[in-house]
Design a protein around this ligand. Structure first.
Ligand SMILES: NC(=O)c1ccc[n+]([C@@H]2O[C@H](COP(=O)([O-])OP(=O)(O)OC[C@H]3O[C@@H](n4cnc5c(N)ncnc54)[C@H](O)[C@@H]3O)[C@@H](O)[C@H]2O)c1
Ligand SMILES: [Zn+2]
Length: 367
């Protein structure tokens, strides 16, 4: 019997994120960037993004580009859709010289990224996000995956794109509710890492909601900068989960009828209420964030009251939980959160959690 050990020095990964209004019409630039990665392309989109932007992009890239689409929505981010897309590629003889382009919201970038990670044991992958959520979150950082009946994003892997192409002006066709979902994550980025982004969002509500290209490009690029900086810093990545312990629980408790952004907006407030009670956060900062979320039109409304027991049970499986106890990102002030022995989340006293959930039910419930 012998024992060997295998040591691999994986090459460091880096990729460019290009952010520019009108980017998807820059034919020469797109061809130059993409042809440097591969000679043939498979564009994966949902039916909506395929018809809005897929055909035009296919035309720019020429005949060696296949456009594959699937019915959109979270319910189709599944292993079955992945298999269906893979079978189309296999049938038509696409090999390891293929580059996969994900054109769509987070459902498309997560799913197409997972296809790229496993097709021929991994082919190059480029994200071209079309929803605000995908532009500032799902297209960056390399998390890919699908949902199962046991839970969301339960099967997947981390697989980095070779390039991210963001045309902020594509959000002009996005429904307002989807736009607001993305704005919540941008507000979150300001709260956890950059008070000046929060102030900018505070003074540009009208221009952002009217989709002014300069405002959009600024908040998207600042938001991407914050996300990649935190992803690069390892443990600080946890900060991106601010508002999500409670947010995910609310999504689960409403059978996912409460959209992710709306649930996270409430989660941001409930988790900030805990920081408020613990003397970490000032009342005026708490009120400022509540006001800003409301000014962007977030409903901040629960469909019904949720008991302490139901909420804590729904939080138990949160990935930050330690020994079955939920943990939360706790804000200290605008733009910075508490570090607890090198972790950026902590559990709180039961009474603090209970008071925060009581506040949520009293302040945000319909009855
Ligand atoms: N990988 C990550 O790090 C990460 C981060 C955040 C979210 N996500 C995932 O992203 C998904 C949510 O993303 P989403 O909010 O973009 O949802 P989505 O992909 O379902 O898009 C929302 C809707 O908007 C439509 N749409 C997208 N772009 C459009 C455009 N420009 N014009 C008109 N309609 C457009 C889509 O067809 C869809 O109907 C979830 O599955 C979530 O798990 C992943
Ligand atoms: Zn989120």
């Amino acid at each position: 019997m012998s024992q060997l050990s295998c040591h691999l020095q994986l090459p460091p990964t880096s990729y460019d994120i290009v952010i520019r209004c009108g980017l998807l019409q820059e034919e020469a630039f797109l061809r130059k960037q993409l042809l440097a990665l591969a000679s043939r392309f498979v564009l994966i989109a949902d039916e909506k993004t395929a018809s809005l932007y897929g055909k035009a992009l296919q035309k720019i890239l020429g005949e060696k580009t296949l456009l594959l689409s699937f019915p959109g929505g979270e319910v189709n981010k599944t292993r079955a859709t992945k298999e269906h897309l893979e079978d189309r590629l296999l049938e038509q003889g696409w090999g390891s010289d293929t580059c996969i382009l994900a054109l769509g919201g987070g459902v498309v970038t997560d799913l197409a990224g997972f296809v790229a990670a496993t097709y021929c044991r991994g082919v190059p992958f480029v994200t071209i996000p079309t929803s605000l959520m995908a532009m500032i979150d799902a297209s960056l950082g390399g998390k890919t995956g699908v949902n199962t009946s046991y839970g969301k994003n339960m099967i997947g892997c981390v697989y980095q794109p070779k390039l991210v192409l963001i045309d902020p002006c594509l959000v002009s066709s996005l429904p307002l509710r989807e736009l607001r979902n993305g704005i919540v994550e941008i507000i979150k980025h300001g709260l956890i890492a950059d008070a000046s982004l929060f102030s900018y969002l505070d003074t540009h509500v009208d221009t952002l909601l009217s989709l002014d290209p300069e405002t959009l490009s600024y908040v998207i690029s600042e938001s991407c900068r914050i996300k990649i900086t935190l992803v690069e810093q390892g443990p600080k990545r946890t900060l991106l989960n601010f508002g999500h312990t409670v947010g995910h629980a609310l999504e689960k408790l409403t059978d996912y009828t409460l959209p992710h952004g709306e649930a996270v907006a409430i989660g941001i407030l409930v988790e900030s209420h805990m920081a408020l009670q613990m003397g970490l956060l000032q009342q005026k900062v708490f009120e400022k964030m509540q006001n800003l979320l409301a000014r962007y039109g977030l409903p901040l409304k629960l469909p019904k009251r949720f008991s302490y027991a139901a909420c804590t049970e729904a939080m138990q499986l949160d990935k930050k939980s330690l020994l079955g106890k939920p943990r939360f990102v706790l804000l200290e002030e605008m733009g910075s959160a508490k570090s607890c022995d090198g972790a950026y989340c902590a559990s709180v006293e039961e009474s603090v959690l209970e008071t925060a959930l009581t506040w949520m039910n009293d302040a945000l419930c319909c009855n």
